[in-house]
Design a protein around this ligand. Structure first.
Ligand SMILES: *Cc1c(COP(=O)(O)O)cnc(C)c1O
Length: 379
């Protein structure tokens, strides 16, 4: 099956008891057993739920994996990956990382004796230099948030393999429509399903997809033991959202390109970060590993005044000021004071995250309206 067909058919079958074409919301915590242990594969909904099973299969198919696992949030799915580790184990990660991931790593897991090294992963030599015999996990995110850096997944996979570490890729910004890390050698793909996969800003959820049965079993054990699983209603909403993923992503890419081209030519814009522009520093890697460049754009304003950025943020009418991304509606945010406020300022600035940086999640509206909105807000 090709991608668009999979978004509609993978994992879902007409309900055997009624023929319902859409997977029902199995709003049940438990399942009747004919005799102890004699059941239909479902015992308790933390462990298994048919609505969740359908979604997990659909996500596995879209990422070209064999096993999918859904969690109550993107953070819960990252948490499950770190729980594969033991005290003394080391993780090499990108220095341009989703703020919540950085917080989980440094504020929680460092306290449990796991060591994290943050490096600029756009140069694989930095990663090679940070790997030690204790390195058990390479954690990467590409495109990165909010700097839209592109990390070479194939190069990370080669380093992980050489050092017997797992490679996990946060694929939230790309979605499997644009990039399938398992095909490039990754062991684990992670998603904040909240974003493009759900796509309608109405669900918080996370997911992991793997292609190895033993790793899937270890993660399923953690999923069930820790218990951060999503409810069936949310799984239904994501199954519904997935059916248009390919169409939505096409439009996100098209609108993203139009807005990147508008902004790059605007006299008030200083730097523009969108991997589809030939001037983007990692454009070649992006072209190699992605099938399109998405709707996430960051830019800075000329001068260095945070007040100028705040004026733009207050001036848009269609772009709403909000955290999150990947929904049908356009959003904008100010990473320095919102999503990335938990990263110390000097570390933020070092990775290019200026006080005037504005991040756009370009939605599915008519691009002419979006451009008019930005033009008037930039004044
Ligand atoms: C939102 C996000 C997360 C966290 O996911 P939640 O669903 O909010 O818990 C992780 N990584 C990236 C890149 C994100 O954008």
């Amino acid at each position: 099956m090709r991608f668009g067909t999979k978004t509609i058919h993978a994992g879902v079958e007409p309900d055997p008891s009624t023929g319902a074409i859409m997977t029902p919301i199995f709003q049940t915590s438990t399942y009747v057993q004919a005799a102890p242990g004699d059941h239909k594969g479902y015992e308790y909904s933390r462990t298994h739920n048919p609505t969740r099973t359908a979604l997990q299969k659909a996500l596995a198919a879209l990422e070209n994996g064999t096993h999918g696992l859904c969690f109550a949030s993107g953070m819960a799915s990252i948490d499950a990956v770190v729980k594969l580790l033991k005290p003394g184990d080391e993780v090499v990660s990108t220095n341009d990382l989703y703020g919540g991931t950085y917080r989980l790593f440094t504020k929680i897991y460092e306290g449990f004796g796991v060591k994290f090294r943050f490096v600029d992963m756009t140069d694989p030599a930095n990663v090679a230099a940070a790997i030690t015999p204790a390195t058990k996990l390479i954690w990467t995110e590409t495109p990165t948030n909010p700097m839209l850096n592109i990390i070479d997944i194939g190069a990370m996979a080669a380093l992980a393999k050489k050092s017997n570490a797992l490679l996990a890729v946060d694929n939230t910004f790309a979605s499997p429509y644009l990039q399938t890390p398992l095909d490039l050698g990754a062991d684990i793909v992670m998603h904040s399903v909240t974003k493009y996969l759900g796509g309608h800003s109405d669900v918080v959820m996370g997911a992991l997809v793997v292609k190895d049965a033993q790793l899937a079993e270890r993660l399923a054990f953690i999923q069930n033991s820790s218990g951060a699983t999503p409810g069936p209603q949310d799984c239904f909403l994501v199954l519904r959202g997935l059916k248009t993923l390919h169409l939505r992503m096409q439009r996100h890419c098209e609108n993203g390109q139009a807005i990147a081209e508008f902004l790059v030519a605007h006299p008030k814009v200083d730097k523009l970060y969108w991997p589809g522009l030939p001037t983007h520093r990692n454009h070649d890697v992006a072209k190699r590993q992605m099938r399109g460049f998405g709707g996430m754009i960051s830019f800075t304003l000329k001068g260095d005044r945070m007040a100028d950025a705040l004026k733009v943020l207050a001036g848009t009418k269609l772009f709403s000021l909000a955290e999150s991304l990947g929904g049908v509606e356009s959003l904008l945010g100010h990473p320095a004071s919102m999503t990335h406020a938990s990263i110390p300022r000097d570390e933020r600035v070092k990775s290019g995250l200026a006080d005037t940086l504005i991040r756009l999640s370009v939605g599915l509206e008519d691009k002419e309206d979006l451009i008019e909105d930005l033009r008037q807000a930039l004044g």
